[in-house]
Each structure stands twice: as C-alpha cells, then as structure tokens.
Design a binder for this molecule. Structure first.
Ligand SMILES: NC(=O)N[C@@H](CC(=O)O)C(=O)O
Ligand SMILES: [Zn+2]
Ligand SMILES: [Zn+2]
Length: 428
C-alpha cells in the first residue's frame, strides 16, 4: 500500500525542513521525502496550502476508562485525539481502578490495541490507588510498558515517599509527571486568588499553591537525577523556577495547556463552569509571562490536559463543579490562532512543542518525518477559519470554555502508521 502526500508545506524541525515537498508512504513507513515525486501510489492526498507535519503528540490526556466511561472511553478519546491531529497520546492513571499495577497496564494496552485509532502510552500512578500512602509497583509497571509515573489530579505530599518514587523512576528510566498543588495551601479554593475571586465571593487558589511544589519537585529531581516533567504550569513563579533549574542543568521540562496561555481569571463569570480547571486560570500577568516562556523555548511542550467531564458534573455551581476541560480537538486551532498568527511562536516552534519535543522527552522515535520513520503524519490547513462547536466533538464530553470561539487552523488528515484514521471532509 502506497500513499503519496503532494504539494504540502512540510515542516519537520528534526531534519530542519520547511518547504514544499511530497512524501511517499509505503507499508506504514515514510520512504521518500522530496520535490515533485512521480511515484505511483494507491492513494494521493493533495496537501496544497496545508502544513504536513510529524504526527502530533499529547503527553497529558485523561481517557477515563476504566471506571468513568460516561465521561470518555479509550475509543471516543482516541477518536477525539485523531480529530485533533494527535497520533500519540500519554494517558493519565486517575481512572477507577487507578492504573497502579502491571495487570492494569496490560489491560490498558490490550484495550488500546482493540479500541484506539492512535498510539497510546500509559502512565502509571506513583502510589497505590493514588492514595499517597504506599508506592505502586513501579518496576513491574515499567516492564509492562508505562512511559512514566504520575499522581496527576493530586500531589504526593509525603516528600520522603515521593523521593523514593523518583529514585525508582530514575532506575527504570521513567518520566515523573508532576501535578504541583500543595494540599495544605489550596484549602477549598476553586479559582485563582485575586480581585475576580473576591468579587465573585469564591475561594481563591494562590500562586504559591503551585510554586511551592514546583520548587520541591525540582530540588528532589536534582537530588535523585530523575527526569521531571512539570504538568500544566500556570504561574510566573513556576516559569522562573523552571528557567533556573534548566540553567542549573537539572533534568526538567514543562508543559503548558492552551487555556493557560489564552485565558485569565477575568474570563470567569462565576456561572460557566467550563472555566473551572486545575490549576485555575491565572492573572493576566501570569499569562503574559508564560507566553514569553513559550517564545523563549523555556516551555518546550504544549499539552492539552484533556479532562472530559459529563454534563451533569459541570451543570452545577462553580464551587461544586468538577475541575477540568476537554482539549484534544481545539489545541491546534488555538495554538495557531493565539500563538502563531499573533507572532509569539513560529510554525516550526509550534511543531517542536507539539511533536518533536514531546517525542524527545519520552525518548521515542517519533516526532519526525525523516525517511525510514513510521508514518505518523498530521495535515493542517492553517488558514481555514471556523467557529469551535462543542457539538461537533468526537469526545463524549463537551466541557470546553472555547465554544463559539472564532479560530483558524483545521486538522484535515491524521495518519497513524500509514493509515488515515481521520479525514475532515468525510468519514473514513
Ligand atoms: N486538570 C483538571 O482540572 N482535572 C484533571 C486532573 C488534573 O489534571 O490534575 C481531571 O482528571 O479531571
Ligand atoms: Zn494535574
Ligand atoms: Zn491532568
């Protein structure tokens, strides 16, 4: 089976390519990248006026299966990923049961093989049941194929336990995905602490809730040598700590989610619970600092923290509603509209942050279109304008604060291992 992608603007930071090239895929492998290829093919995709980029990788996704299938399943979540242009996703372990043993990792891998249209790399929990008391069997989960460990949704507050987990992570070459939230400082906070929280009469979450744990985790990463990845950073303080840590050659990276570089707490009216997530939308000062961090490449990764919740879990007061928003199907358009088109980052930086850098961090041979690679490819029409409509999402959940937002940039094709798993204009 041969597929030829013609006339697209190939952006492949790994090989320093940015220009009009054709790509020939044969039996799931990229066999040729060149100008005006004339090879015979079973399928020809015309990518004129589009970007052809290495399949996007989202290293922070919640699929909710097993246990919360009313929010999302492996099947619907993977379809949502494909529609968003992602060919590989890392899945968080805060399911029910929590992914804390090799048996559950094996179950996930089997289920993914059967139901998923994209590559899934599971993340195991740090403690059993994410209860923060006893370590999960990290070594056995490593053998079963996890890419990292995380207590996402919570922080392991016991520093001694966490340090031990980091030592294991180092031993098994796993990434520690850190959710930085000090439990003793957060109280009953539901949104950023500041004027808006005061005027709405809602309990605030101060920046130090995040910064204190960011600092602790960086120090423990330095001590243990573990690879630390800071999830969903939202504060100027985290950014400052990250920058210093990198200058000190500590093995740390960070991701940012589109909502944290686009929206501030001023977008919150107290009624629309789709603006409630953890960490919360911060001040304009934080948002501006984080955009600069993206521009300067201190923040190397954009992830979605796709956190689907059922309508009923959001259709309540701001205090009561679940934390989290969906993100897989809006990330490309939001990044193009808010960062690329506004001159904060170049298209090349966008592809680095959404494909090459996550691949490098995970240590996987993806994130490139170089000849010989597995054909995970995303095609994006960067000029195509539309209004985000949550009712069009493939995800089971619709909890997005970006409903009705005018954006530019549409994923037109998602190709996984040479197979077109999503095409915009018709069902496959
Ligand atoms: N981000 C969120 O607000 N929620 C996430 C948990 C998390 O990522 O911490 C969830 O699982 O719903
Ligand atoms: Zn988290
Ligand atoms: Zn998360």
């Amino acid at each position: 089976m041969r597929t030829l992608i013609k006339n697209g603007r190939v952006i492949d930071p790994a090989t320093n390519k940015d220009g009009i090239y054709d790509i020939l895929i044969e039996d799931g492998i990229i066999v040729k990248v060149g100008e005006k290829l004339e090879d015979e093919a079973d399928k020809v995709i015309d990518a004129r006026d589009s970007w052809v980029v290495p399949g996007l990788i989202d290293i922070h996704v919640h699929l909710r299966e097993p246990g919360f299938e009313h929010k999302e399943t492996i099947k619907t979540g993977s379809e949502s990923a494909a529609k968003g242009g992602f060919t590989t996703i890392c899945t968080m372990p805060n399911t029910n049961p929590v992914i804390d043993s090799e048996y559950l990792v094996e179950y996930l891998n089997l289920k993914a093989q059967r139901d998923s249209v994209v590559n899934i790399l599971p993340i195991g929990s740090i403690t059993k049941g994410q209860k923060g008391e006893e370590l999960a069997n990290i070594g056995n989960m490593a053998k079963a194929g996890i890419c990292g460990i995380s207590e996402d949704g919570h922080t392991v507050m016991n520093a001694a336990l966490y340090k031990k987990a980091m030592t294991y992570a180092k031993m098994f070459d796993l990434i520690v995905f850190a959710h930085c939230e000090d439990k003793s400082l957060v109280g009953k906070g539901v949104m950023n602490a500041g004027d808006r929280a005061l005027s709405l009469g809602l309990a605030g979450i101060s920046n130090d809730v995040e910064d204190v744990i960011t600092a602790r985790d960086i120090l423990l990463a330095e001590k243990t040598g573990a690879k630390l990845h800071l999830c969903h950073i939202s504060t100027e303080g985290s950014l400052r700590l990250l920058k210093r840590a990198k200058e000190d050659n500590i093995d740390v990276t960070a991701e940012i989610c589109p909502h944290h570089f686009i929206l501030s707490d001023e977008a919150i009216n107290g009624f629309d619970t789709n603006f409630k997530m953890n960490p919360p939308l911060r001040s304009k000062f934080d948002v501006e600092a984080l955009k600069q961090g993206l521009k300067d490449d201190v923040i190397e990764i954009i992830a979605t923290d796709h956190a689907p919740h059922h309508y009923d879990e959001k259709n309540t007061t701001f205090d009561e509603a679940a934390f989290g928003i969906v993100g897989l199907e809006t990330s490309v358009a939001l990044t193009i509209t808010e960062l690329v088109d506004k001159g904060w980052i170049t298209p090349k930086q966008m592809i680095e942050k959404m494909s090459l850098n996550p691949a490098k961090r995970l240590g996987i041979e993806k994130g490139t279109l170089k000849e010989g690679s597995v054909a995970d490819v995303t095609i994006i029409d960067p000029k195509r304008a539309y209004k985000i409509d949550v009712n069009q999402f493939a995800s089971k959940s619709k909890n997005s604060p970006f409903h009705n937002k005018e954006v530019k940039g549409m994923v037109t094709h998602t190709i996984v291992g040479g197979q077109v798993v999503y095409r915009v204009d018709s069902e496959i």
